[in-house]
Design a protein around this ligand. Structure first.
Ligand code: KIV
Length: 296
């Protein structure tokens, strides 16, 4: 339910907006976007947060996992999204390797994401062990979103994409991670691939809004990958993915129809062609006639 009165212009979503939504138990909506067109559609639909996720490595660039995507590639996509997004809060992922090496490099890269990419917050994967670094970045006036649970940048360390927090020990660690990041001042906390019950406990415990993906309905908000939502991933979907449209079928049909029209001569029609003015046409005809006469 939106609390914006009908007819009132939509206001810019800020970090305070999502914190207020948590306080009012109003669900927060988030979707990824990686380019100008998709970001415009997502923003115009009234989604609260647009996330330039490093999942773009897979869905936009065709990599096997998120590890290869670089800072420059993330910036390239974030700038395109920035040009489109007017109202939503814009968060961008810090890619693998951009914050793990040392604190100075992490600060420099987070600053680039804010300054060159126009991100209003950066997202960093990892729990307790990242708390000090996150606090330093927050102290540098760059808001940080946390991300715990199934953290795709740790795919090799985790031994694959596995639901996290399934044992008592793992649940305790996740709670410690969430509390440490909350104290470090994260502006929101992404919970990925964890049991619903654990996400509910974390959501009740922390002040910061939680945004879930494969973490059940008790989170303060939900996020999906744009390409999952629209069946554009060419892979069987994960359990938590709900398809809201079939863009793959729509695009395939359009491309097939275009191909058939070009081959049959049905495209372009006269109405889809540019024309000379009557005067220029007449002048061209007489010029061609004179040339033909000279050749005779
Ligand atoms: O990269 C991404 O798309 C993400 C979301 C799935 C949370 O980190």
């Amino acid at each position: 339910m939106s609390l914006t009165p009908i007819g009132e212009p939509r206001r810019k979503t800020t970090i305070s907006t999502i914190q207020e939504k948590k306080a009012r138990h109003e669900p927060i909506t988030c979707l990824t976007a990686y380019d100008y067109a998709s970001a415009r559609l997502v923003d115009e639909a009234g989604i609260d947060i647009v996330l330039v996720g490093d999942s773009l490595a897979q869905v936009m660039l065709g990599y096997e996992n998120t590890l290869p995507v670089t800072m420059d590639e993330m910036l390239h996509h974030t700038r395109a999204v920035r040009r489109a997004v007017v109202h939503a809060l814009l968060i961008a992922d810090m890619p693998f390797g951009s914050y793990q090496v040392d604190e100075h490099e992490a600060l420099r890269n987070a600053t680039r994401m804010a300054k060159e990419g126009g991100a209003e917050a950066v997202k960093i994967e990892g729990g307790e062990k990242r708390a000090d670094l996150i606090q330093r970045i927050v102290d540098a006036e760059i808001p940080v979103a946390g991300h715990i649970g199934l953290t795709p940048q740790s795919v090799n360390a985790m031994g694959g994409y596995k639901v996290q927090g399934k044992t008592l020990g793992a649940i305790e660690q996740l709670m410690r991670d969430a509390v440490a990041l909350d104290r470090a001042g994260v502006c929101c906390l992404y919970l990925e691939g964890i049991p619903r019950e654990v996400a509910a406990m974390i959501t009740a415990e922390v002040r910061t809004p939680t945004i879930g993906i494969g973490a059940g309905p008790e989170c303060d908000g939900q996020v999906l990958v744009f390409h999952d939502l629209l069946n554009l991933t060419f892979n069987p979907p994960a359990k938590f993915v709900r398809r809201y449209g079939d863009a793959a079928a729509l695009i395939s049909q359009a491309v097939q129809a275009y191909k058939a029209d070009v081959i049959s001569g049905n495209y372009p029609s006269d109405g889809e062609s540019y024309h000379l003015s009557k005067e220029t046409h007449a002048a061209l005809d007489s010029l061609l006639e004179r040339k033909r006469a000279m050749r005779r």
